[in-house]
Ligand binder design. Structure first.
Ligand code: XUL
Ligand code: CO
Length: 450
């Protein structure tokens, strides 16, 4: 890389909290990690190996921070605002410098954030090829890896009625062209996964919608995408990212359970895993823990889009995940499930509109990374302490009795269960002890040796 895009930012390092405070007394928070120590070991693996952080190209490089009431505010000296290839290349260089200085090992992109859309499909593909060639050089130079790629099938007006689920076959065809190319570019860049987020794959009103037909179209599209991935030798994970609504009134892959049901119904369950996003869980009226638990129970957790919503607002605010309870719950679920495997923690998150300076990109990601490091350490303490797991095991102990085992094995009929019930002596109920368990989590989260 020739020029420096963030000259005021030195590569971020891990610093113990006290030393940071002493060295920089006038700054409320120096730009450094206070919890994320990439090489520190937790449960026998480094934090870097556990957390597999990724930054997303769309929010980091392409989100000017406009909102429905006001214009973009983000200061981006590396971007001349044009749709030229040279501008797109410079942006990519700035992004890889950002990844390097922020110790983020992975990245994610949509075809259209990386390269400008052309007048024709051929021109768009040529533009993407040019940027992919540049990105592979930048990956080589910096050692960064692609977590996943995806295609934007929701911004262009041609997708106003959906892509795969559009009533117009042309939109389906155009979407197919984009996904084919985005899959190939993802493969070329060594992507560990490929995501399909059905931005407009749903309906705004049932008055104009044939829901059964649209769900079949979506399933056909997903089979085609999976077939193509296989035919080009792509070994990464194919991921669906559930979201209930916004921009549509209802999206067909609305939450983990609905998506798993859809995948099973259309014989796609062995081909796709889920990319679970916190703010999408919130919009679906679920906790992130719930969405993760459902995916994990089905053996279908693929990856995570790490952000958080604003519960008092009804939108996908995509805030950086700085809530230590949230990150603790997420990391507890991940550790219990045996780790992220080929997935990662992708910050699908954007700064608030008023956090407009380039340095805020670093503050925001560092805040998210530190929050996940806090969560990882707390989750490991909860597991080492063992009280939560013991409590859950004890709560189900009656299922390990001979009769419990028989029911689980499927060898008892309902009538036999009824006979057993008649013989039961009255047994005391056991408390669920929710508040006690919540207090144990608090104790471990805020323990002095944290
Ligand atoms: C939108 C969203 C997308 C996907 C990728 O809410 O999360 O950015 O992650 O298309
Ligand atoms: Co997302």
């Amino acid at each position: 890389m020739t020029s420096e895009f963030f000259p005021d930012v030195s590569p971020l390092k891990f610093e113990a909290r006290q030393s940071a405070a002493r060295t920089h007394p006038r700054q409320s928070q120096r730009l450094a990690f206070h919890h994320y120590d990439a090489t520190a070991s937790v449960e026998g693996r480094t934090m870097e190996e556990h957390l597999r952080f990724a930054a997303c190209y769309w929010h980091t490089m392409r989100n000017g921070l406009a909102d429905p009431f006001g214009a973009a505010t983000a200061v981006t000296p590396w971007d001349d605002g044009s749709a030229s290839i040279s501008n797109a290349m410079r942006r990519a260089e700035a992004f890889f410098e950002f990844l390097t200085k922020c110790q983020i090992g992975r990245w994610c992109f949509h075809d259209r954030d990386l390269a400008p859309e052309g007048e024709t499909i051929a021109q768009s593909e040529k533009n993407l090829d040019a940027l992919a060639a540049h990105a592979i050089e930048l990956q080589r130079a910096t050692g960064k890896r692609l977590l996943w790629g995806t295609a934007n099938l929701f911004s262009h007006p041609r997708y106003m009625h959906g892509a795969a689920t559009s009533p117009a076959v042309d939109a389906f065809l155009h979407g197919a062209a984009q996904v084919r190319k985005a899959l190939e570019v993802t493969h070329m860049l060594g992507g560990e996964g490929y995501v399909l987020w059905g931005g407009r794959e749903g309906y705004d009103t049932l008055l104009n919608t044939d829901l059964a037909r649209e769900r079949e179209q979506l399933a056909r599209f997903l089979h085609m995408a999976a077939d193509h991935a296989q035919s080009i030798g792509f070994r990464g994970v194919l991921l669906i990212e559930p979201k209930p609504h916004e921009p549509t009134t209802h999206q067909y892959d609305s939450d983990s359970e609905a998506t798993l049901n859809f995948l099973r119904e259309f014989n796609l369950i062995t081909r796709f895993k889920l990319n679970i996003e916190t703010n999408h869980a919130t919009l679906a009226g679920h906790s992130m823990e719930h969405e993760l638990a459902v995916a994990i129970a089905a053996g279908a957790l693929g990856s995570i889009d790490a952000n958080m919503g604003t519960p008092t607002l009804g939108w996908d605010t995509d805030r950086f995940p700085t809530d230590a309870y949230l990150t603790t719950n997420i990391m507890l679920a991940i550790l219990n499930a045996g780790g992220l495997k080929k997935g990662g923690l992708n910050f699908d998150a954007k700064r608030r509109r008023a956090s407009f300076e380039p340095i805020d990109l670093f503050h925001a990601h560092a805040a998210g990374m530190d929050a996940f490091a806090i969560g990882l350490k707390a989750a490991a303490r909860i597991r080492a302490d063992g009280r939560l797991a013991e409590f859950v095991a004890a709560r189900y102990a009656s299922w390990d009795s001979p009769i419990g085992k028989q029911i689980r094995a499927g060898t008892l009929s309902l009538a036999q269960c009824a006979q057993e019930a008649a013989r039961l002596a009255p047994a005391p109920q056991a408390s669920g002890r929710q508040e006690m368990l919540e207090s144990i989590v608090n104790d471990l989260l805020f323990s002095d040796d944290a």
